[in-house]
Ligand binder design. Structure first.
Ligand code: PEP
Length: 256
């Protein structure tokens, strides 16, 4: 039997919040009645400046991620944060290649791949994001786009053990237009086939592929039930109490 893929729920807080807001979110998480770490891995990603506060005040069943890091060793790169610094602070995870950075900061597939490889080499675990725009979906190139984004990572890493792949259709991010369970399942399944053909059958069956894009307390259970969907990356709803309900959707897999 293939090794079970532990459900993974990430919360991407993006560029939001004050110290007071952050304390409230942490209090909500700490008070949440969530499944054990045997059932679900939960990783929240505050802005850099709040990482130490969140890391030191969250219960140990939650982990933290940075939202980005520099592509190589630190130095004369004003405004950047290096992977080494995250390691120094004991931050275990980093999100790389979020669509907002790809689109607004013009991060290319190759640059994202370089970042993933460098972060892994420093000992960080990576939530790597891929996803197509609406135009790309409508022109029928969804799989070509996510395959090219994934290949740029595959070309640069030797192991996928410490990577969670987040499939986040750009048209679903922050729009309230969630992918249907069938749309998400189709791409997750195609990505597994891509890993089977281009990396290995082991990676194809063990890599966690999570879905992101307008996930909510209301739609998470139906999505979580899809066989190739191993969790979520949550933006807007990760700032609200419904994030607890999204974490709880991990229970759906127990009866699968
Ligand atoms: C995200 O930013 O990764 C995301 C999925 O955002 P939202 O849940 O708000 O669509």
């Amino acid at each position: 039997m293939a090794m079970a893929r532990k459900f993974f729920v990430g919360g991407n807080w993006k560029c939001n919040g004050t110290t007071e807001d952050v304390k409230k979110i942490v209090a909500t998480l700490n008070a949440g009645d969530v499944p054990s770490t045997d059932v679900v891995e939960v990783v929240v990603s505050p802005p850099y400046v709040f990482l130490p506060l969140v890391q030191s005040s969250l219960k140990p069943n939650f982990q933290v991620a940075a939202q980005n890091c520099w592509v190589k060793k630190g130095g004369a790169f004003t405004g950047e944060i290096s992977a080494e610094m995250l390691v120094n602070l004991g931050i275990p995870w980093v999100i790389i290649g979020h669509s907002e950075r790809r689109a607004l900061l013009k991060e290319s597939n190759e640059f994202v791949g370089d970042k993933v490889a460098y972060a892994l080499a420093q000992g960080l675990k990576v939530i790597a994001c891929v996803g197509e725009t609406l135009e790309e979906r409508e022109s029928g190139s969804t799989m070509d786009v996510v395959a090219a984004q994934t290949k740029a990572i595959a070309d640069r890493v030797t192991s996928w053990e410490n990577i969670v792949l987040a499939y986040e259709p750009v048209w679903a991010i922050g729009t309230g237009k969630v992918a249907t369970p069938a749309q998400a399942q189709e791409v997750h399944n195609e990505l597994r086939k891509w890993f089977q053909a281009n990396v290995s059958s082991e990676v194809a069956s063990t890599i966690r592929i999570i879905y992101g894009g307008s996930v909510s307390g209301a739609n998470c259970k139906e999505l979580a039930a899809q066989p190739d969907l191993d969790g979520f990356l949550v933006g807007g709803a990760s700032l609200k109490a419904e994030f607890i309900d999204i974490i709880k959707s991990a229970e759906v897999k127990k009866n699968a």
